[in-house]
Design a protein around this ligand. Structure first.
Ligand code: SF4
Ligand code: SF4
Length: 369
């Protein structure tokens, strides 16, 4: 069955409505009864890495906060710590950066509450029993959250081909150890630099399989016992253990889809919004933003996390590439995600999402103007 995807183009149009107002119109169209009085509503977005300039503007987020408040809900902005080491690796740096990027209470009207705690220690195991994972660790705050509004800045991505709703939730709302399992084909702890190990024992404490012992002041790993859960790798306070990036694109995509499955098992009500604005070739986790590859297209709204990402990729196909961008003036009908990453079959993981019942790759695009 085709899922409904609402599309508000970015052109000002005859009614001369600005982009921020379009966010409100789209949300009301999709879910005027979505929020119940007293609902705790998580608004998930990326606050952007330090140096990045393409992340969502706070003015759009403010409209979403207003929408939730008008419906009697209690909104909060949420995110999780990144796997890589940067300005978003723990909640202190991350929330500081978010405020510097314009997402403070004074601008947006809602607090930031990190879904996975101070240092990604607050996660809940969600059993999913799917192809790649039996369970995943999802941000613990979501256990007591009534509804989720995902705001994804749509752009290219080095490994998944593109980043939209699936990445925003499937990677963006799981804990650091689950992110590590998504990014690696097999996990076992290895020192990046053995000298930096202080023998503090934090890694041994988090290992549920007794696979780590402190010997002569250094961590010693028993690979016979290690189950590859990845809990120890992000837990090391000295960052002595290697972050592993070995996963193939097709598996990473499917793993993120399983992440969405886990999140939506925990939070039953969700709305998905993709912003097809400033469509840069790379993720907002990068410390820069390159020229957009296509003109601004508009904002998509759906209750289906698969359909909205398919529709977004299709809309990119319908316009020409921008000169001086990474793909140059690629013509209409050219798959712009493939033009960016010819080796990545971006559709495959969306198809997998359909197979496991997350949504539909077929959709009806409904113009809001
Ligand atoms: S947590 Fe890090 S520093 Fe502490 S013992 Fe383990 S590897 Fe060494
Ligand atoms: S990956 Fe998991 S099982 Fe293996 S040593 Fe680390 S914490 Fe223990």
């Amino acid at each position: 069955m085709k899922s409904k995807v609402y599309f508000y183009p970015s052109e000002i149009g005859k009614r001369r409505i600005g982009l921020a107002e379009k966010v409100l119109v789209g949300l009301k169209k999709l879910g005027s009864d979505f929020v119940n009085s007293g609902d705790r509503v998580a608004i998930k977005l990326s606050f952007g890495e330090e140096g990045n300039t393409a992340f969502l503007r706070h003015i759009y987020v403010k409209k979403v906060v207003d929408f939730v408040k008008e419906s009697g809900g209690k909104p909060f902005l949420t995110e999780t710590s990144t796997l890589y080491h940067g300005m978003r690796t723990d909640a202190i740096d991350h929330t500081t950066l978010a405020i510097l990027h314009g997402f403070g209470y004074a601008q947006v009207g809602a607090p930031i509450i990190m879904a996975d705690g101070l240092a990604s220690e607050h996660n809940v195991n969600v059993e999913i029993n799917l192809k790649h994972f039996k369970e995943l660790k999802v941000g613990g705050v979501l256990k007591v959250t009534d509804a989720l509004i995902s705001l994804a800045h749509f752009k290219g991505h080095l490994v998944a081909g593109f980043g939209g709703t699936i990445k925003n939730i499937g990677m963006g709302l799981v804990g650091r150890s689950s992110k590590q399992r998504m990014h690696a084909s097999s996990v076992r702890p290895e020192f990046k630099n053995r000298d930096c190990c202080t023998g503090c024992g934090v890694c041994a404490d988090v290992c549920q399989f007794d696979a780590i012992e402190i010997v002569d002041g250094k961590a010693n790993f028993d690979y016979e016992k290690c189950q590859g859960c990845a809990d120890c790798i992000p837990a090391c306070p000295q960052n002595c253990l290697k972050i592993l990036w070995s996963e193939k694109p097709e598996n990473l995509g499917e793993k993120m889809v399983e992440g969405v499955y886990a999140v939506l098992k925990l939070v039953k009500k969700a709305i998905f919004v993709n912003f097809l604005l400033d469509i840069t070739p790379d993720c907002d986790c990068f410390s820069y933003s390159d020229n957009p590859i296509v003109p601004d297209l508009g904002i998509l709204f759906s209750r289906d996390p698969i359909a909205i990402d398919v529709a977004s990729c299709d809309l990119l196909k319908s316009v020409e590439g921008i000169p001086r961008s990474k793909i140059g003036r690629k013509g209409k009908k050219v798959d712009k995600i493939r033009a960016l990453h010819p080796e990545i079959d971006w559709f495959a993981h969306l198809k997998y999402g359909e197979e496991i019942g997350l949504g539909s790759t077929e959709y009806e695009l409904i113009y809001l103007e």
